[in-house]
Design a protein around this ligand. Structure first.
Ligand code: HEC
Length: 155
């Protein structure tokens, strides 16, 4: 193989890598931050907004909130089963990449130290069982749980 053929994929990798922000390069469980950012833009931000702020009506904000779900029992499963995540037309590995990115991108301060990134296998399992009508009640129970955790911490 001559040197030109080696230089081509290297140049391409550098080009693609340049699309991700420096602080997104080392997020645990994110093997391709550029892909995650693009997937978020195409599949998620229509509802959750580019900055994760959501709206005041039906789409919840993720900014400064979403990782709190990881602090309450059942929250980890919820994030993989919520319909916007579970039913998106992305393969499991790209979805795991995207969910790990989303959590760190929008709410890095609440990610528990013990958090193990989602794997493609775990996301694949959770999304087989998407939440349906029960999701509002499930969500409300989890949110009440983290409100309680926080008030206990401040006492
Ligand atoms: C059609 C609008 C819509 C799209 C598209 C969408 N979501 Fe959501 N998302 C919601 C709503 C509404 C909820 C609240 C739970 C529910 O009722 O489904 C939610 C909840 C969530 C949650 C749980 C946090 C919470 O506060 O409930 C996460 C994480 C999430 N979405 C991530 C994503 C990701 C990642 C994508 C893209 C793959 C995505 N969503 C696409 C509307 C959307």
């Amino acid at each position: 193989m001559n040197a030109r053929w080696l230089a081509f994929p290297l140049g391409l990798a550098l080009l693609v890598g340049a699309g991700a922000r420096a602080d997104e390069q080392a997020i645990p469980g994110v093997w391709d931050a550029t892909q995650a950012r693009t997937d978020y833009q195409l599949k998620c931000q229509g509802c959750h907004r580019p900055d994760g702020s959501g709206d005041d009506h039906s789409n919840p904000p993720m900014h400064g909130v979403v990782a709190k779900f990881l602090t309450v029992p059942g929250g980890r499963e919820f994030l993989g089963r919520v319909p916007g995540v579970a039913t998106v037309d992305l393969p499991d590995d790209r979805l795991a990449n995207l969910v790990n990115w989303t959590i760190h991108r929008f709410d890095p301060t609440h990610v528990p130290q013990s958090f193990q990134p989602y794997t493609a296998e775990e996301i694949g399992r959770l999304r087989q069982n998407p939440l349906r009508l029960e999701r509002a009640a499930t969500r409300a129970r989890l949110v009440a749980g983290f409100a309680k955790t926080h008030s206990e911490q401040s006492q």
